[in-house]
Design a protein around this ligand. Structure first.
Ligand code: PMP
Length: 525
């Protein structure tokens, strides 16, 4: 029988096929995906990719499935835009409860729903820019008001003419008449207008991953995903992670001031005001796709101080790390990183619905944003209800799910560290927290085996190892988006001791293959 023509991602599926990974799964449950063998029997595969992070609660969690069925069977409104959505508010209430618990003293946060992680990131970026534009508008209104106040005071004899114009570029002499002061105000306005054209600057960290849409891909560091699309968006300024001094230096280069007038001790005085050129900083508390790198508490504390000084909002991208994956609901809370906004996605939909959300602390929230940003599908009745049930399942028993993520994660990490100890020639590093784990293999670009060497040089080693694990051990792992030598391990909280043992057996096998440069077994398991 001829294979059916592929229309959806034929190239990618073909590439997976080259590694024996183009398997069609027909059923999924907990940490297992099932395919049918030639006799039609189900074959389980241990899924350690976990939907790239969307399956904290595993595949098809029975309570979420039952609830989803109930919603559909009872005719729960799925699309009822422009109406009250108490369920969305309940999601907000639960999230605010969690924020209050993990960030004691935090103010309430407003919630804006979206459909995917990248879309929530873009909503956050848009909100930062919206806030910046409104701040710019009120700054210029204030400056205009102050000019009027000064002029009136001058005319009424309540204030003297300025005697120092050195802040104004060019050699404009100090005014000696009301008319000349009017000309000075004109020069100030022209100067400010020129400064107002300064492009907003956004910061992100080297190795960052924030999505692949037109806007969010600009914040994703790997040029593979960004370079071809750079001209479609504004260039983001990437700064080295965990180097607050570098961030401070780069940020200071982007600080811009405008001029204002003030009456000081009866004299009209030119003063500088900070212009809101800096629009926002995006950070992942643990960089996931960039190779599982955690931010330090020191860096978190310092960037908060630096950003506060210039009112630069910090957007904490918890799309990968959040929902309890690393042992707390927000990975940022464990390092004391307080954001102005947080973005959540992936497991928020319980592995069933597609949804994401942006939380903005209310003192920074611009309610008018709701009038300029929307999507047909965001905040729909189905996904918000499923998100609520998912959050309830995570929060039950004092957040036992988070403890479980931490405990299971530690167990996997301990196993991997043991492996790294036994195979220091093969394993370069083990990194991660909770159920966000990366196993980095040593560079094989100088390997004795030409086959292994060639795979490594092509950046495909991780696919070859993944292929072996899949075909020989029925274990599905994934790559990260940036590190070609790293296996990503991101299971659900239900991963069992037996499954961890299955992983250990598979990895020992892989390590032996690499140690002995046994390319034949690797390619033909
Ligand atoms: N931000 C982070 C930190 C992510 O890990 C991802 C996805 N890997 C995204 C954003 C994008 O999410 P999505 O794939 O749902 O658009």
């Amino acid at each position: 029988m001829n294979a059916p023509t592929r229309y959806a991602e034929a190239l990618l599926t073909g590439m997976l096929g080259a590694f024996g990974l183009d398997v069609e799964y027909v059923r999924a449950e907990k940490n297992s995906l099932y395919y049918l063998d030639d006799t039609g029997a189900e074959v389980p595969v241990l899924d350690l990719v976990g939907g790239w992070g969307s399956l904290m609660l595993g595949h098809n969690h029975p309570e979420i499935v039952a609830y989803a069925k109930e919603l559909l069977e009872t005719g729960w409104p799925v699309h009822s835009q422009h109406s009250a959505h108490p369920v969305a508010d309940q999601v907000g209430a639960v999230l605010n409860g969690i924020v209050g618990r993990e960030f004691p003293g935090a103010e309430p946060h407003s919630v804006v729903f979206a459909n995917s992680g990248a879309e929530a990131v873009e909503a956050a970026v848009k909100h930062c820019e919206f806030d910046r534009v409104l701040r710019m508008k009120s700054l210029f209104e204030q400056i205009e008001w102050n000019a009027d106040v000064a002029l009136t005071a001058l005319r009424e004899g309540a204030a003297a003419l300025p005697d120092d114009t050195s802040l104004l570029p060019g050699d404009m002499p100090a005014p000696t008449t009301v008319e000349e002061f009017g000309a000075l105000l004109g020069a100030v306005a022209a100067h400010n207008l020129e400064r107002a054209a300064t492009a907003p600057v956004f910061f992100a960290l080297e190795r960052a991953f924030h999505g692949k849409l037109v806007g969010s891909t600009q914040f994703t560091y790997n040029p593979l995903f960004r370079a071809a699309f750079a001209s479609l968006g504004r260039e983001v300024c990437f700064v080295p992670p965990n180097d607050a001094a570098a961030f401070e230096d780069i940020l200071s280069e982007h600080r811009v001031t405008v001029l204002d007038v003030e009456v000081v001790d009866g004299v009209i005085t030119l003063v500088e005001r900070e212009f809101p050129a800096v629009a926002g900083l995006l950070v992942e508390p643990i960089q996931g796709e960039g190779g599982i790198h955690a931010l330090t508490p020191e860096f978190a504390a310092r960037i908060r101080e630096i950003c506060d000084e210039v009112r630069c909002p910090i957007v904490v991208d918890e799309i990968q790390t959040g929902m309890g994956r690393t042992g707390t609901f927000f990975a940022s809370s464990a390092i004391g990183l307080v954001g102005d906004a947080y973005v959540l996605g992936k497991s928020l939909g319980g592995g069933i619905a597609k949804t994401s959300a942006m939380l903005v602390r209310q003192s920074r929230y611009r309610p008018e944003f709701e009038l300029v940003h929307s999507s047909t599908f965001a905040k729909d009745g189905f996904s918000t209800a499923v998100a609520l049930r998912t959050l309830e399942l995570l929060e039950v028993d004092d957040g036992a799910a988070y403890d479980r993520a931490a405990e299971r994660g530690e167990r996997i990490l301990a196993m991997l560290r043991e492996l790294a100890g036994a195979y220091p020639d093969v394993v370069a590093d083990v990194r991660g927290k909770g159920l966000l784990i990366g196993l980095e293999f040593a560079d094989q670009s100088q390997a004795a085996s030409p086959v292994i060497r060639q795979k490594a040089l092509a950046g495909l080693l991780v696919f070859q190892l993944g292929s072996y694990l899949q075909l020989a051990h029925h274990i599905r792992t994934g790559p990260t988006a940036s590190v070609p030598t790293m296996l990503r391990i991101e299971p659900s909280i239900y991963i069992s001791d037996e499954e961890i043992d299955q992983l250990r057996t598979g990895l020992v096998d892989v390590c032996e293959i690499l140690r002995h440069q046994d390319a034949l077994t690797l390619i033909h398991p």
